[in-house]
Design a protein around this ligand. Structure first.
Ligand code: SF4
Ligand code: SF4
Length: 164
């Protein structure tokens, strides 16, 4: 009985916040997941499943999950949702609760914001580079992209010493 009331508490905690109001009308169609660019590259990130977890009251599991921080805030899920659930904002609510209740630090939030900014810069730099090289074909792009990313320190870390 206690578990049931905790589950109820979590979903109402999320739904009562600004941005979380649409939670209870989700009918689990999966359109959000199907169109999400993050879900496309990371199978563990699944907006529909996250909503399901909220409804089931899996608070601890959700608020300690790295997947909470993978959304890039493109709002595609929100734009296509037939129920106007606004998943992007629900995720923001989860992040707020995770910080407020000490599941992650405020510094972690700053790191993610910085990462988002730096990722945009990286994308811009890649476009600059490919544009200057006048890349016109996909194989050519793959070759140049591989060369460019080899310069990134974390890409070099995994290589054997002799290949650095
Ligand atoms: S698209 Fe909307 S209704 Fe469908 S699963 Fe996602 S949030 Fe729920
Ligand atoms: S806002 Fe986040 S969850 Fe929604 S489609 Fe974009 S990356 Fe995916």
């Amino acid at each position: 009985m206690k578990e049931v009331s905790q589950a109820h508490h979590f979903k109402y905690q999320v739904a009562s916040r600004t941005g979380g109001e649409g939670l209870l009308v989700c009918f689990s169609c999966g359109v959000c997941t199907a169109g999400c660019p993050v879900a496309e590259v990371e199978g563990g990130f699944n907006p529909r499943r996250i909503i399901h977890q909220i409804l089931l009251g899996e608070k601890e599991e959700l608020l300690t999950s790295k997947y909470l921080w993978m959304c890039v805030g493109c709002y595609r899920c929100t734009a296509h949702c037939p129920q106007n659930v606004e998943f992007t904002n629900i995720l923001k609510v989860l992040r707020e609760i995770a910080i407020e209740e000490g599941y992650v630090s405020k510094e972690w939030k700053a790191i993610i914001e910085d990462l988002d900014r730096e990722t945009q810069k990286l994308r811009r730099n890649c476009i600059d580079y490919l544009w200057e090289k006048k890349v016109t074909s996909f194989p050519e792009y793959l070759h140049l992209y591989a060369d460019a990313t080899k310069e990134l320190p974390w890409m070099r870390e995994g290589e054997p010493d002799g290949e650095r």
